[in-house]
Design a protein around this ligand. Structure first.
Ligand code: SF4
Ligand code: SF4
Length: 226
């Protein structure tokens, strides 16, 4: 899932300095799970904003809403009767949700309330780790399901480098060397011969941005001229 963290309150306040009203909009999916932008976080931030506006004597009308997903037009439609009542929308969704909101309500000021960090997993309560850099050519079949692109700071496809020591990484000695993990995983699953295969360099043209993807059942619909 997408991992995000809330922006510092001072930064949020600064972004709202010209607004007399704001709709704080949460998203009920990834950002809710990582405790950055779900319904609870919308409530907390709205309360903080209300207290700050009272203390500073600058009235601010605040609305709250949380929809299931801000990266989906169907759910964004739910906001159409609300947005006109506010100068700005402060979105607590990831960067995709913020942009999608702005695409949909183009005359409205849309501001981000979180920093989108990475794609990761919930390793422990309140602790997330990055697991995928979206290289669009997944190598996990040959690396024992350990991602060399993400877990090795050098992104080596044919590791380890000469800096690995006792299974730890030379770049960050607190972290396991990705290639030591790959070795261990392949050994445990009786596929160690795979580590001797040389992987070709990454094809960076596969990660051209901005990326688009049309499911094959819909390709005719999205092909120019059809
Ligand atoms: S190799 Fe790593 S970065 Fe590439 S798709 Fe697989 S998990 Fe993601
Ligand atoms: S020590 Fe391992 S994880 Fe660290 S840079 Fe070298 S190969 Fe990559």
């Amino acid at each position: 899932m997408i991992i995000a963290k809330r922006k510092p309150f001072k930064e949020i306040k600064e972004s709202l300095k010209n607004c007399e009203s704001v709709l704080v909009a949460g998203c009920g999916t990834c950002v809710a799970v990582c405790l950055a932008g779900g319904e609870k976080e919308v409530g907390l931030l709205s309360s903080q904003l209300a207290i700050a506006s009272q203390v500073e004597g600058q009235p601010l009308k605040i609305g709250e809403v949380t929809i299931e997903r801000q990266c989906d037009k169907e759910f964004l439609q739910e906001l159409r009767n609300k947005v006109d009542d506010y100068d700005a929308i402060l979105s607590l969704a990831c960067g995709v949700g913020v942009q999608f909101l702005s695409d949909m309500y183009r005359n409205k000021v849309v501001l981000p309330g979180v920093d989108t960090s990475f794609i990761g997993a919930n390793d422990e309560v309140g602790y997330w780790t990055e697991r995928c850099r979206m290289c669009n050519q997944c190598y996990l079949a040959t690396t024992g399901a350990v991602c060399p692109v993400t877990m090795c700071p050098k992104g080596l496809l044919n590791g380890p480098c000469s800096g690995t020591r006792d299974g730890m990484c030379e770049v960050d000695q607190e972290k396991a060397c990705a290639w030591a993990l790959i070795y261990e995983r392949l050994e445990k699953t009786d596929r160690l011969d795979q580590i001797r295969e040389t992987m070709p360099p990454r094809n960076h043209s596969k990660t051209g941005r901005p990326a688009v993807l049309a499911h094959k059942s819909y390709q005719r619909r999205y092909t120019a001229g059809e």
